[in-house]
Design a protein around this ligand. Structure first.
Ligand code: FES
Length: 100
């Protein structure tokens, strides 16, 4: 699968996320204490942007109604049957690439 460079680790403050559109998919990329993770951005509840949510450890909280997901594997904490896609991420020389 092709890798897409989305920017530098310094572009995403620790403890936050950002949303990117890659190959027509919106993807939220998170910086958890220097570790980078990427999952689908669009909340399965009503479409909130997880990249704009609040990150606490591995947990991102949707800014609209508070559904929570694990950024390391895309699992929804509220409903085990709901899962976001998660994407492989590489960091080389401070540059983040996401495999989509
Ligand atoms: S849209 Fe995410 S919790 Fe409702």
């Amino acid at each position: 699968m092709p890798e897409h460079i989305v920017g530098k680790t310094s572009d995403i403050d620790e403890g936050t996320g950002k949303t990117f559109t890659i190959e027509g998919q919106t993807i939220a990329v998170f910086n958890k204490s220097g570790e980078i993770f990427a999952i689908e951005d669009t909340c399965k509840h009503k479409g909130g942007s997880l990249g704009e949510g609040e990150l606490d450890g591995d947990t991102i909280t949707c800014p609209l109604h508070g559904w929570q997901y694990n950024i390391t594997n895309g699992e929804c904490l509220m409903n085990p049957q709901v899962k976001m896609k998660n994407f492989s991420v590489k960091v080389e020389n401070g540059e983040i690439s996401v495999e989509v």
